[in-house]
Ligand binder design. Structure first.
Ligand code: NDP
Ligand code: 2IT
Length: 449
């Protein structure tokens, strides 16, 4: 079998995150490829690691002082074997091709698990929305869409939100798309409910991650009630993960942002969560301000020299990493295990570095990888596309029921695929294998294209 990780390292030596994501999937699917000579003959592996298309463009805009700023925009259209490209847009200074290729690659398999017909893509920009005025964000979004609109469409490629892209940005992007094309279509998901959005889309990733955790616990006859939980991040995914955990009787004791984390031993209740939502979504403040209002909580700043993140070093039962990639290194994973954490449900994409994954596996942790655990977000995006096509909107209850059904189905699919390939209880193997088989069989059906 071709050593595809070596091939992509030789070809694009700087794409560290992409190498990591491909390496993990390839390790899981090696036994599948072993059993399928037709995959090797059709060079499926060589084809699946190469994006269908990468679009890269200049995004010039004018800031409030009247100065011209220039950012870089991207859309990676990774694979459309089972449906139109689908996946979020990330606006963050760290965004580069490696990160978007890793996210696009993960998205292909994640979307295949959802039961809905969606291919995989990802895009974004190195634009940093922090500290920008609403008008600056609007002008940036308009310039970004002035180029992206040529490549997307409701049956071609349907972007959504991710880090730094929420309801405000989706609004500005949609407004510009509508103006340029003179069409009102479901070209983006995560829209506001009064102009084509789906109820429950904002909640879907966080709620879905908790539903997946509940399914994993159920396999050991346990529930979330009374469990002490560590949540990282304080954005969309972290907020709604916390909300659902509170509803199910768990106690959330941490939240964070890129500057540091808070530990509230008494638990973050509904009122405190409401404060966090206003702080982060409306005032766009920092999580450190939590301790000004709730002085019994402790804030710890994080610095680049730190070898481990103090957030993962508290006694707890479950952890929900919901900020960003590689936020749990080997030392963090060992701290989690030493502190009694027995379940990890990844709201973020690839939050655990490979050394950490090995530690979770060696310790029999219930470990739900991002492409399974956080698939609730893109699933409800898929349901938003369905509602847009039908020109109607479902109730909150209807969407939530479908989300729960999808998360149960993903759990079952992962469990069965893992068992079939001799890896019972290994959700990483199960998710990678099940997603991979669905996509590559479609690619085989379509011939060499
Ligand atoms: P938001 O922008 O709403 O929130 C991101 C949170 O993560 C913020 O608290 C942010 O802190 C923190 N964060 C971002 N980058 C870093 C970093 N480099 N180091 C430490 N903390 C960081 O994004 P989302 O909540 O939507 O996304 C969170 C994760 O979930 C991402 O990995 C995303 O890919 C994944 N995801 C999101 C989905 C969605 O539907 N939104 C769906 C599936 C997965 P700060 O404010 O300091 O930047
Ligand atoms: O990583 C992800 O799945 C997302 N950011 C959501 C993508 C989507 O199309 O809703």
């Amino acid at each position: 079998m071709v050593d595809i990780v070596q091939v992509i390292k030789d070809r694009d030596p700087n794409e560290r995150e992409f190498h990591q994501a491909v390496g993990e999937v390839m390790e899981s699917v090696a036994p599948v490829i072993e059993q399928h000579p037709e995959y090797r003959r059709a060079r499926i592996i060589e084809r699946i690691v190469e994006p269908d298309r990468v679009i890269m463009f200049r995004v010039p805009w004018v800031d409030d002082k009247g100065d011209v700023q220039v950012n870089r925009g991207f859309r990676v259209e990774m694979n459309n074997a089972i449906g139109p490209y689908k996946g979020g847009l990330r606006f963050h200074p760290s965004v580069n091709l490696s990160i978007l290729k890793f996210l696009g690659f993960e998205q292909v398999f994640k979307n295949a698990l959802t039961t809905l017909p969606m291919g995989g893509g990802k895009g974004g920009s190195d634009f940093d929305p922090k500290g920008k005025s609403d008008n600056e964000v609007m002008r940036f979004c308009q310039s970004f869409m002035a180029e992206l609109f040529r490549y997307i469409g409701p049956n071609t490629d349907v972007p959504a939100g991710d880090i730094g892209v929420g309801a405000r940005e989706i609004g500005y992007l949609f407004g510009m798309y509508k103006k340029l094309t003179n069409e009102f279509t479901g070209v983006l998901t995560g829209k506001s409910v009064n102009w084509g959005g789906s109820l429950m889309r904002p909640e879907a990733t966080g709620y879905g991650s908790v539903y997946f955790a509940a399914e994993m616990l159920n396999s050991r006859n346990q529930t979330l009630e009374g469990k002490v939980c560590l949540v990282s991040g304080s954005g969309n995914v972290a907020q709604f993960t916390t909300e659902k955990l509170i509803e199910l009787g768990a106690k959330v004791v941490t939240l964070s942002d890129s500057s540091g984390s808070i530990y509230d031993e008494e638990g973050i209740d509904r009122e405190k969560l409401e404060f966090v939502k206003i702080l982060k979504n409306i005032r766009r403040g920092r999580i450190g301000e939590y301790v000004d209002i709730y002085p019994n909580a402790v804030y710890t700043a994080i610095t680049p020299e730190m070898e481990y993140n103090p957030l993962w070093d508290h006694r707890a039962d479950c952890a929900f990493p919901s900020a960003t990639q590689n936020e749990i290194n080997g030392k963090d994973a060992q701290n989690l295990v030493n502190n009694g954490v027995a379940l990890i449900s990844e709201g973020a994409n690839m939050p655990t570095a490979p050394e950490g994954v090995d530690i979770f596996m060696d310790n029999g942790i219930l470990y739900g990888p991002g492409k399974a655990a956080n698939a609730g977000g893109v699933s409800v995006s898929g349901l938003e596309m369905t509602q847009n096509s039908m020109r109607l909107s479902w109730t909150r209850e209807e969407v939530d029921n479908r989300l729960q059904m999808i998360m149960r189905s993903i759990h079952k699919t992962c469990t069965e695929a893992a068992e079939q390939y001799g890896k019972p209880g290994n959700y990483v193997a199960g998710a990678n294998i099940a997603g991979f088989i669905k996509v590559v069989n479609a690619m085989l059906d379509h011939g060499v294209v």
